[in-house]
Design a protein around this ligand. Structure first.
Ligand code: SF4
Ligand code: MG
Length: 326
């Protein structure tokens, strides 16, 4: 069966400021998103995950590769051709206040995507009343303005807007990173409930593996514009194959205090390198505890591991030694 979204060779190269090759923010991504699932997309800031998310919904035009949505290549469509697809592809942003027009009422904000699809005024009003309650707010909130809400409430408004047209896929770009920790679980819980009720698929972007652990079905880990590991959530968390995934996971707190004290914490040396000047070979090699000579010269390709499931890893020496596909 055709996946909801099929991404192949997706890339974004920003032009160089001076003469030069340009900056590869995203470099040759291949993955799919399945109907109704949550794909967690994780990596440090600057790894290209937000750029990727924006390309998936065509807020940014890729400079390479394809995004097929329900079988159709959307990467070359004009804005006019995209309009009917906007109803099916939506995005939730990190900063809810920055993404809500301060001069519009909540009513106007949530109905905007419906208006763009030519839904009648009466139908808009009906839908918006349903939507505001769906996200845990009340109809009397509809006449207010964004600044009258807390961060968590504002993000609920952003979620209602994203879901107004009943999309098949929503990119959630760090939707809880700007919120108080006490509010984060509520918003994640809301997104999960809405997925169960509406069957929407999420690409949930986060900078650490803790945030996406609970709600993801599959997880993709990005480093410097590439996917270094992707697979079923349980497999990636229980048995990470890429040294970078392993390091990220060692920062996820364990529920059992004894296990938490006993486990080794991997501290990565240095910051992620700049995509303007990527290291040769495996771009993770300057920070990798397992790097060998070959890692400096040969780019490891994303390959299936031989274990159960469909996990893929890009490493010459994956953690679970005997799992490298031949
Ligand atoms: Fe580390 Fe080499 Fe694997 Fe890269 S290819 S992650 S440097 S072991
Ligand atoms: Mg970002």
């Amino acid at each position: 069966t055709t996946p909801l979204m099929q991404v192949s060779g997706l890339g974004m190269t920003y032009p160089a400021r001076r003469r030069g090759a340009g900056i590869k923010a995203v470099d040759g991504l291949d993955f799919e998103v399945r109907a109704g699932e949550t794909l967690g997309l994780v990596g440090e800031s600057g790894c290209g995950k937000s750029t990727t998310g924006r390309m998936l919904v065509r807020l940014l035009d890729p400079t390479a590769g394809q995004v097929r949505f329900e079988g159709q290549d959307i990467s070359g469509l004009s804005q006019r051709e995209l309009r009917p697809l906007r109803a099916k592809l939506q995005i939730i942003f990190q900063d809810p206040f920055a993404s809500l027009n301060p001069r519009q009422t909540v009513q106007q904000i949530i109905s905007a995507p419906l208006r763009a699809q030519g839904v009648s005024k009466a139908q808009q009003a009906k839908e918006v009343r349903e939507l505001i309650q769906l996200v845990g707010l009340a109809p009397e909130h509809l006449e207010r303005y964004p600044h009258q809400f807390s961060g968590g409430q504002a993000q609920r408004i952003g979620i209602a807007r994203a879901l107004a047209t009943r999309p098949a896929l929503v990119v959630a770009d760090e939707p809880v990173s700007a919120l108080d920790v006490s509010i984060q679980a509520q918003i994640v819980g809301l997104l999960e409930r809405l997925q169960r009720e509406l069957g929407v698929a999420y690409v949930f972007i986060a900078h650490d593996l803790a945030v996406v652990k609970h709600l993801s079905h599959r997880v993709a880990v990005m480093y410097l514009g590439r996917i270094v590991e992707i697979g079923e959530k349980d497999q990636v968390y229980a048995d990470p194959a890429h040294p970078y995934t392993k390091a990220l996971l060692s920062a996820v707190p364990l529920p059992d205090p004894a296990a938490e004290r006993a486990r080794e914490r991997i501290v990565l040396l240095g910051d992620p390198p700049s995509p303007a000047n990527p290291p040769s070979g495996c771009t993770f090699h300057p920070r990798c505890p397992k790097a060998q000579e070959i890692c400096r010269s040969e780019v490891p390709l994303l390959q299936l591991t031989s274990g159960p499931g469909e996990r893929q890893v890009a490493c010459h020496f994956p953690e679970n030694e005997d799992s490298a596909a031949s």
